[in-house]
Write a protein that binds this ligand. Structure first.
Ligand code: BJW
Length: 255
């Protein structure tokens, strides 16, 4: 197994030849911003909760106040978080590669804050809201309270995120698959690769001919299909990758 520097060099060469890059991210990219992941014990977001109670329509119907409070707490924590070196490195790639599309499962807005301009949020956004029954968009919250406010139609308001058993937003998923079909490299960062359909994004790109680079401190179900596995935290590995790509880029290519 080559060492990480040799691997990074190989990845930088692959990226150096790419005109279209997809970066597919999960909760791990935001861990170094202080936002816990979902499934890494002991600080995982769901360590003290049953996800089925919180991130499903059934859970919200059963106890809307509990789910509302869970999201309100997370919203507060996420509001205070800043993009880390991993988010910044991904945004920097736009200056080195012609087309960079970021597909994120995260709902935390940190890629946007870091400056990524072509962003597809496939699981929604915690700072947007809609009503539960009719999906009426809600522009601003009447108040951030202990119980979910009501829409003009009488339905409870909920965060505009994608829960288990719900379809992903059609526009976003169409754009995501289109980008995955045409990219030459897909860089998969900080996802456990267990939640579908996002868990299959790398395979879609690979089947269409792309090379797969994975960045994660742990092995995942994606690792076996990756052409390069860069083991380590995103905030450390991605800046190294960007530095290596800069040194490979010839003057006169995309700047
Ligand atoms: C680091 C790091 C560092 C740590 N640097 N890395 C096919 C087969 C089986 C089941 C299904 C299937 N298709 C659909 C399903 C059902 C279901 C599903 O996938 N279930 C599985 C659990 C089996 N999927 C759905 O229901 C989806 N809908 C759908 O497919 O619609 C069609 C349909 C409808 C009805 C029936 C059938 C089909 C919707 C999924 C919605 C997921 N929603 C959530 C909540 C979002 C809102 C919120 O945030 O509250 O999305 S669940 C949660 O998991 C969240 C995340 O986006 C998602 C993925 O988690 P992620 O990002 O991978 O995080 P972790 O914690 O799991 O992993 C973190 C990783 O980071 C780890 O690997 C660490 O090692 C790493 N890491 N530090 C880099 N510093």
């Amino acid at each position: 197994m080559p060492d990480r520097n040799t691997m990074i060099d190989g990845c930088a060469r692959a990226l150096g030849e790419a005109k279209v890059l997809v970066v597919s991210t999960g909760a791990g990219i935001s861990k170094e911003s202080g936002i816990p992941t979902f499934r890494d014990a002991p600080n995982a977001l769901w360590a003290n909760y049953d996800p089925e109670q919180l991130a499903t329509e059934t859970g919200f119907r059963r106890d809307p106040a509990l789910v509302w409070r869970w999201y309100a707490d997370r919203r507060q924590m996420i509001s205070a978080a800043k993009p880390n070196a991993g988010h910044t490195a991904i945004a920097d790639l736009e200056r080195l590669i012609e087309c960079v599309v970021v597909i994120t499962q995260n709902i935390d807005d940190l890629h946007r804050k870091a400056g990524s301009s072509d962003l597809i949020e496939v699981h929604g956004n915690i700072f947007r809201f809609k009503c539960f029954d009719n999906h009426h968009p809600v522009q601003s919250l009447p108040r951030d309270d202990d119980v979910p406010p009501r829409c003009h139609c009488g339905s409870h308001i909920r965060p505009d995120v994608v829960w288990f058993g719900e379809m992903l937003p059609e526009d976003e998923i169409d754009r995501a698959y289109a980008a995955l079909q045409r990219c030459e490299v897909v860089l998969v960062v900080g996802t456990s690769g267990t939640v579908h359909p996002a868990a299959g994004f790398a395979a879609v790109a690979k089947d269409a001919g792309a090379r797969v680079i994975e960045v994660n401190p742990e092995h995942t179900p994606i690792t076996g299909h990756a052409d390069f596995f860069l083991q380590g935290p995103a905030g450390e590995v991605l800046p190294q990758l960007v530095r290596s790509l800069r040194s490979h880029r010839k003057p006169g290519t995309h700047s």
